[in-house]
Design a protein around this ligand. Structure first.
Ligand code: UD1
Length: 424
């Protein structure tokens, strides 16, 4: 006799880089349920059907339309079932507020499994709550699955490094994106049986949405598409660089930020440098009086070339972009300059030269493959690395298992672990 069992999962998202990592997992859960419900669909143990009920929780760490809702729309993520609405605050205040509000959700929902992604404050806050919760006298708590486990910059001044270490040490299932993650976890004494090398769900999103991103009107609206072509300067489109900066260590101190901007002056006099600026960075530019480095002109309409004398030598600051527009801009850039973690990976997959404005990276595979160069934060380092990358031939050796199927692999493990837990 066939039976149906339902496992409840809570998936947590909170900040911008979470959305593209969680989207493929949410889509894979939906696809799994459709297969499971089909007359001859997949069956779990003892001829029973397993249905996965996913409760999507948004902590509200990021809340601006451009930092959150836009990504839900671009990535087809369903509306969150629960929104904690925590907003901004100091690390302690934000983490504590998420913990307080998330505990109520966990006690109400009593899930079998919690999925957290990445390394933001929402990731560590929800992991901490789930690791200490108790649903009954036996101390039953959900299994904790960490997606993007094992990355280490070995720089504990980065809040994300603390979040990664704590999350990994509390998680039950650790899903790793690159070889270095396996080594790091082993060195920290995390048992191999908890660790799974699955590839990168952020790349699942990139591959799934690349075609749609290519249709974005962003090149035209920024006047970068030259004669209507969208395939790099060789075909007449404007050669441009794409810049992102938001890391506290780069933008929260005036001297450091100024130094980085001076390192980019030469580049911005040679080609447009498009800079979708994070709200934190916009605030610092005003606070530190650094507006002279930027033009906020949106550029010409109708595809005309726009590196006019007026904006030459200045970085073109625009509002934060949605996922599809940003992917399109990245895919056609001559070089990407960034302090983001995820962008180092996305440029690797696309074969676009990347300059990372940091002294270290928790994603060493991007440097090994050859698309990414660490510039540090000195003027000279940034100038030199940018020059080198502009002259380089894009490498395109995509890392192992960055093939668009990571979420499927994660789901296979999760289903198996839930069944194992039920059979005890
Ligand atoms: C967070 C993550 C970082 C990630 C980044 C991507 C942590 C510790 N950091 O940093 O790893 O790379 O997101 O964007 O979790 N703000 C707004 N609107 C928003 C969100 C933030 O204006 O929707 C402003 C607020 O002034 C806020 C500041 O940005 O205080 C910083 O936001 P916060 O979430 O604390 O950290 P991020 O710098 O965004």
């Amino acid at each position: 006799m066939e039976s149906t069992k339902t496992a409840k999962i809570i998936t947590v998202v909170g900040a911008r880089p979470n959305f593209m990592k969680a989207a493929p997992i949410i889509a894979a859960i939906r696809a799994y349920n459709e297969r499971s419900a089909a007359p001859h669909g997949s069956k779990g143990s003892e001829n029973s059907r397993l249905i996965l009920q996913n409760v999507l929780v948004h902590t509200g760490q990021h809340y601006d339309e451009a930092m959150s809702d836009r990504f839900f729309a671009d990535l087809n993520i369903p509306k969150p079932d629960v929104h904690l609405g925590v907003g901004s605050g100091s690390h302690a205040a934000q983490t504590a507020e998420i913990m307080k509000r998330f505990e109520e959700v966990l006690l109400r929902e009593r899930p079998d499994l919690l999925i957290v992604v990445g390394d933001v404050n929402s990731t560590v806050a929800c992991t901490l709550v789930a690791s200490k919760i108790s649903f009954d006298a036996n101390g039953t708590r959900p299994l904790i699955a960490h997606v993007e486990a094992g990355l280490r910059s070995f720089d504990r001044c980065m809040p994300e490094e603390i979040n990664r270490i704590v999350t990994d040490h509390l998680a039950d299932l650790l899903f790793v994106t690159e070889e270095s993650g396996l080594q790091n976890l082993r060195q920290e004494g995390i048992p191999d049986r908890k660790v799974y090398f699955v590839g990168n769900t952020m790349i699942d999103s990139l591959l799934a949405f690349k075609h749609k991103a290519d249709l974005s009107p962003i090149l035209d609206s920024l006047g970068l598409s030259g004669n209507g072509s969208r395939h790099g300067s060789a075909n007449g489109a404007t050669r441009y660089a794409l810049l992102t900066l938001h890391r506290p260590s780069n933008v929260d101190q005036r001297e450091t930020f100024l130094n980085i901007l001076e390192g980019l002056e030469e580049l911005s006099s040679r080609c447009p440098v498009i800079f979708p600026a994070h709200p934190r960075t916009q605030k610092r530019i005003a606070e530190f009086g650094l507006e002279r480095f930027f033009s906020t002109a949106n550029g010409g309409q109708g595809g005309e070339k726009t590196h006019s004398a007026e904006v030459s030598g200045r970085i073109r600051m625009v509002e934060p972009l949605g996922y599809l527009d940003f992917m399109c801009l990245m895919g056609h850039a001559a070089v990407v300059i960034t302090d983001s973690g995820g962008i180092q990976e996305e440029t690797t997959c696309l074969g676009i030269p990347c300059v990372t404005v940091r002294k270290n990276t928790e994603r060493p595979i991007t440097v090994q493959v050859g698309t990414n160069v660490l510039a540090g934060t000195s003027k000279e380092g940034i100038r030199h690395a940018t020059q080198q990358q502009l002259e380089s031939k894009p490498a395109r050796a995509v890392p192992e298992a960055w093939d668009g199927r990571s979420a499927e692999r994660i789901l296979d493990v999760i289903c198996c672990e839930i069944e194992k837990r039920w059979s005890v």
